[in-house]
Design a protein around this ligand. Structure first.
Ligand code: PMP
Length: 323
């Protein structure tokens, strides 16, 4: 049984206002039926977007908002969802939600596209689609000073089963199985292999290794989510003159890597200290990981002039109640 509302209250990180089926409403009113198709069959798609308090203490910097909107609409396309939103109007709605909530610190924004019909057949076509968005206060999700990892016995869901390049709700059962197994082994995060035995990604993050000085990661055809942080890390590395390779990675290469780190909206940049109990490199973070982390955290706080274009700044004003 879940906690009663009063038990949840004291440290609830939820922000007051949500967007739900076309209107701004109090978060508590953003509710769907237990019979909803997406609840029963996982026929939803979501985004996870971070907003960071700028070094000025006033502005919330939404990180790569246009890219998140594009990927969410692509995920919706995989679900054959029809929505009255373009990338631009979706981004405007998210900005308005942030303005209305006027957060005082870092936030996580969770848009959710879902098959809203109450319908018994697991199909995609001919069902109603809706959009909801809520947001919460969020700090670090994994310890950004260093995490432990283990290769999972669960295989990353292949594109021929459920397309993992989109953030489709149903495929997160795969992530959850791997995450539980990792935690029950006493490590922080799982590394999933694909169905051919190559390294795919973490349960909710992409993975980079450094081998012979080359920053190496699985290609987007390797059954991974097309991570926005992953793409950003590649851009940062190339701009900094670090060689980058997108190629298949064998499991045993994990053990030989000079450096390894996870990246993603939630985990940000998280150096890996051990994989399957084997220490990675010579202490963390290694030099490439440290450089990428520095650029990443400077960028999101608005301290890197060269990467300001990756941010959508929202000036904090006074919270506006729901409609
Ligand atoms: N892989 C999976 C399975 C994820 O859930 C996430 C988190 N969205 C990532 C990778 C990282 O993607 P992004 O950088 O776009 O957050």
């Amino acid at each position: 049984m879940s906690a009663s509302p009063s038990e949840q209250q004291p440290d609830s990180p939820m922000l007051e206002t949500a967007f739900f089926e076309g209107r701004f409403v109090p978060f508590a009113e953003a509710k769907i039926s237990v019979g909803t198709h997406a609840v029963q069959y996982g026929t939803g798609a979501f985004a996870g977007i971070r907003g960071y308090l700028d070094a000025d203490g006033e502005t919330i910097n939404i990180f790569r908002l246009p890219e998140h909107c594009k990927r969410l609409l692509n995920s919706a396309k995989l679900l054959r969802a029809r929505l009255p939103f373009t990338r631009e109007t979706l981004a405007e709605t998210i900005v308005e939600l942030v303005e209305r909530n006027a957060p005082r610190g870092d936030v996580y924004i969770r848009p959710f596209v879902y098959k809203s019909s109450i319908q018994l057949t697991p199909r995609l076509k001919g069902l109603d689609d809706e959009l909801a968005i809520y947001m919460l206060a969020l700090g670090d999700y994994l310890d950004t000073r260093g995490v432990t990892a283990a290769v999972s016995s669960w295989v990353r869901v292949p594109d021929q089963a459920i397309p993992g390049r989109g953030k489709l709700s149903g495929s997160y059962v795969n992530a959850a199985l791997a995450k539980d197994e990792a935690e029950e082994k006493g490590v922080d995060e799982a590394i999933l292999l694909d169905s051919h035995g190559h390294v795919a990604e973490g349960s909710a993050c992409n993975l980079f290794l450094v081998r012979d000085g080359v920053l190496t990661t699985t290609p987007i055809t390797g059954d991974i989510l097309e991570g926005i942080t992953r793409r950003t890390v590649i851009e940062f590395a190339r701009d900094a003159g670090v060689a980058v390779a997108e190629r298949e990675i064998d499991r045993s290469e994990l053990y030989l890597a000079e450096e390894a780190f996870f990246c993603g909206t939630g985990v940000q940049v998280a150096p890996i200290s051990t994989i399957d109990g084997r220490p990675i490199g010579e202490g963390i973070p290694g030099p490439v990981t440290a450089e990428i982390s520095r650029i990443f955290y400077d960028t999101v706080r608005g301290r890197h002039d060269g990467y300001r274009h990756l941010l959508t700044p929202v000036r904090r004003t006074v919270a506006v109640p729901a409609d």
